[in-house]
Ligand binder design. Structure first.
Ligand SMILES: [Zn+2]
Length: 158
């Protein structure tokens, strides 16, 4: 790691601490040449491969802006969106891959979004699962209804 001040090619770590969410480490470094200190943040890299073939770093903000569109007019708060993006990132990181397909992320969003808001889920699923007919919507709605019935049944048993 180059010193950002004098470009010396080496630095010494003087302090390391893990961020609260456990996803990154901040290190204080000192340059042995000019003695100035700087901070670096390390995260495991997670890249997203877009349909165009372009690769970009994973971004929770992108998840949020994508989902926000589907949530227009729905009772979903910014906190809900932030939590959803965190859940998606955790789910993707848990798979242990360094590069994930954008489409895969879209599919990963479906689970938590469905728990959050069924209408937003249907809107989002229609894009990511390529709904092209009323029958596709019908099938998705039927699946939601069946799950809901199962859930109600499970609740009535407890
Ligand atoms: Zn330096």
């Amino acid at each position: 790691m180059h010193c950002p001040f004098c470009r010396h090619g080496d630095s010494r770590v003087v302090d390391s601490r893990t961020a609260e969410d456990g996803a990154s480490i901040r290190r204080r470094r000192q340059c042995p040449e000019c003695s100035r200190r700087f901070t670096t943040v390390e995260t495991t890299s997670l890249s997203v491969m877009k349909r165009s073939g372009a690769v970009e770093p994973f971004s929770r903000d992108k998840i949020i802006s994508g989902v926000r569109k589907a949530c227009q007019g729905r009772p979903v708060s910014e906190d809900d969106l932030a939590l959803l993006a965190q859940q998606v990132e955790e789910a993707v990181r848990a798979t242990g891959v360094a590069e994930v397909d954008a489409h895969e992320i879209g599919l990963t969003i479906l689970g938590p979004l469905r728990a959050l808001d069924e209408v937003a889920y249907l809107r989002f699923a229609s894009v990511y699962q390529g709904f092209c007919s009323l029958e596709d919507f019908e099938a998705a709605i039927t699946a939601l209804r069946e799950d809901r019935a199962e859930r109600d049944e499970a609740e009535s048993l407890t």
